[in-house]
Design a protein around this ligand. Structure first.
Ligand SMILES: [Zn+2]
Length: 198
């Protein structure tokens, strides 16, 4: 019975991880981190799917938000097949799981359910993982020659920060002149930066 109880606890925890609001830690432009509360993972997934469907009318055929929406639609469809009870939304179906646990005595069934919940959680987290921007300290923008910009921080104080920031998904951007380099062109930017130092 101990094993059954433990499994049921872990299923409850996995359900809570999916349907309860989540605390998030996000990177700020200056490299520090800020904490906030976001809606649940399932709500995030549902919103991403709704946004993707709104855009489906051909109004926007590209744009930075699109790949995540396609992935979200696939993931939502998979979760819908795995968990959805007839007449209920995906979230309601998952929320209802703990109430059914007492009647399940089969360890294999509980283990399989737990794995499916944990896999869904990991997939949604991977989908929305924030991309960390790296400020390029000391780099001089090849377009506008700026090496830094001045911005107001949350207390209204002027702070100086590097003009160029880069990440592996969006590439690099100059926050002074707004010139951007796609991730495929990061190598060209790196060459320009090296040339500027000679
Ligand atoms: Zn620039």
């Amino acid at each position: 019975m101990l094993l059954l109880d433990d499994l049921r606890d872990r299923v409850r925890k996995a359900v809570a991880d999916l349907v309860e609001p989540v605390t998030v830690t996000l990177p700020r432009d200056d490299g520090s981190w800020v904490k906030g509360v976001n809606v649940s993972l399932i709500d995030q997934l549902t919103e991403a799917v709704a946004t993707g469907l709104e855009r489906g009318g051909g109004r926007r055929s590209g744009g930075p938000g699109l790949p995540i929406c396609v992935a979200a639609v696939d993931l939502y469809a998979e979760a819908f097949d795995d968990f959805r009870a007839p007449g209920f939304t995906l979230k309601q179906s998952i929320e209802a799981i703990p109430a059914t646990l007492a009647g399940i005595e089969d360890i294999a069934v509980l283990t399989r359910g737990l794995r499916m919940l944990q896999k869904l959680e990991a997939s949604i987290e991977r989908l929305f993982a924030p991309v960390k921007k790296v400020p390029l300290h000391g780099a001089i923008c090849p377009m506008c020659d700026a090496d830094s910009i001045v911005r107001d921080d949350e207390l209204g104080e002027k702070v100086r920060m590097p003009a160029l920031v880069a990440d592996t998904v969006n590439g690099a951007e100059c926050r002074n002149c707004k010139q951007s380099w796609s991730a495929e062109n990061l190598e060209i930017l790196a060459q320009l930066l090296t040339l500027g130092k000679e």
